[in-house]
Design a protein around this ligand. Structure first.
Ligand code: 13P
Length: 340
């Protein structure tokens, strides 16, 4: 693959300038689960209205550089009839698209997962580019337990991530490479470190083998963190130190940016961890966020599906977006949680 200055610029615009990415690419099933928590029916109009309120929050582009959309959403419009990708372009945000079709059972494994979506991907990417997408996302899911992950699950998922990334670059789209080592389980932070390090080495080997240009990707990793059920939860400082130690070993400096997923961390912890990492700079890459739940959860709760609560919901999103933006330059303090 040829290096592209245009793709590197998109990657740097997405991860730099103290801005980050809003992941709003939940599949119809997943957004249905989120809407159910506030008692809202999972209809196309409700999904559109919810996404509309997020994208049109006043001045959200001060903090949000790009938005990851789902196939349905990239074809939807604002209440005023402007296609979402066009609306984003007009408002200084870059539209992106989730192109994987989900994690399925990996054949001949003991219930591990493989992410699907390679069939027809070249044609789908061409269409998404026409619709305005300039970056994409593919998420591989790696589980930890006493036996997992197997080498088989790691290599097949890394192979698919690299196939996807090369196809994106061919189509003029920046691939976000997302190998997510899940927080589920009672493992400690040391085990998360070793699995994440091994996963990243496997992924970067596959990217190299398949001629992916590292200057033209973004990496979306998990943080190195204690399992959710681990009795001894690592501190913010420890998470920041161990995550950076792991990433420095495994992620070449040619990669322009790292945009973390939140993975089920609380909103505040996801912000505090990002802040603590950026406080340890200078770092070899831009370090920012590509959060789904950690940006959206308070907004969803404030909205409750009610038109007269849209403003409140937008304020909730803006607060999280602003604090995560502050964390990109280590300017976040817990006191800022109270200021609005
Ligand atoms: P979370 O931040 O909720 O983990 O979502 C980010 C994402 O896009 C996962 O693929």
């Amino acid at each position: 693959m040829q290096y592209s200055a245009e793709l590197e610029k998109i990657a740097r615009d997405l991860a730099g300038g103290d801005r980050g990415i809003l992941a709003a690419d939940e599949s119809t099933g997943t957004i249905g689960k989120r809407l159910q928590t506030i008692g809202v029916e999972n209809t196309e109009e409700h999904r559109r209205a919810y996404r509309d309120l997020l994208f049109s929050a006043p001045d959200v582009s001060k903090y949000i550089s790009g938005v990851i959309l789902y196939d349905e959403t990239i074809r939807q419009k604002t209440a005023d009839g402007v296609a979402f990708p066009e609306f984003m372009r007009q408002n200084n945000m870059i539209p992106g698209i989730k192109v994987d079709t989900g994690a399925k059972d990996l054949v001949a494994s003991d219930g591990e997962k493989i992410t699907e979506g390679l069939d027809g991907l070249r044609d789908r990417l061409a269409e998404y580019h026409k619709l305005g997408a300039r970056f994409a996302k593919w998420r591989a899911v790696i589980e930890i337990d006493a036996q997992r992950p197997s080498e088989y699950a790691l290599t097949t998922n890394a192979h698919a991530l690299a196939r996807y990334a090369a196809l994106c670059q061919e189509a003029g789209i920046v691939p976000i490479v997302e190998p997510e080592v899940l927080m589920d389980g009672d493992h400690d932070i040391a085990r998360c470190f070793s699995v994440t390090e091994h996963t990243l080495h496997t992924v970067f080997n596959a990217l190299y083998d398949q001629h992916v240009v590292l200057e033209n990707i973004l990496l979306k990793p998990n943080m190195v963190i204690s399992g959710k059920k681990c009795a001894q939860q690592a501190s913010v400082e420890e998470v920041a130190t161990e995550t950076l130690r792991c990433l420095k070993r495994a992620v070449p400096a040619a990669v322009p940016g790292i945009v973390f997923l939140s993975g089920g961390q609380s909103d505040q912890l996801a912000t505090a961890h990002l802040n603590a990492m950026n406080a340890k700079g200078p770092l070899p890459w831009l370090v920012s966020f590509s959060y789904g739940r950690a940006l959206q959860a308070p907004a969803l709760k404030a909205w409750q599906g009610k038109t007269d609560q849209v403003g409140k919901a937008q304020d909730a999103l803006l607060l999280r977006a602003r604090l995560n933006s502050a964390a990109c330059s280590a300017g976040y303090t817990v006191d800022m949680e109270k200021t609005s």
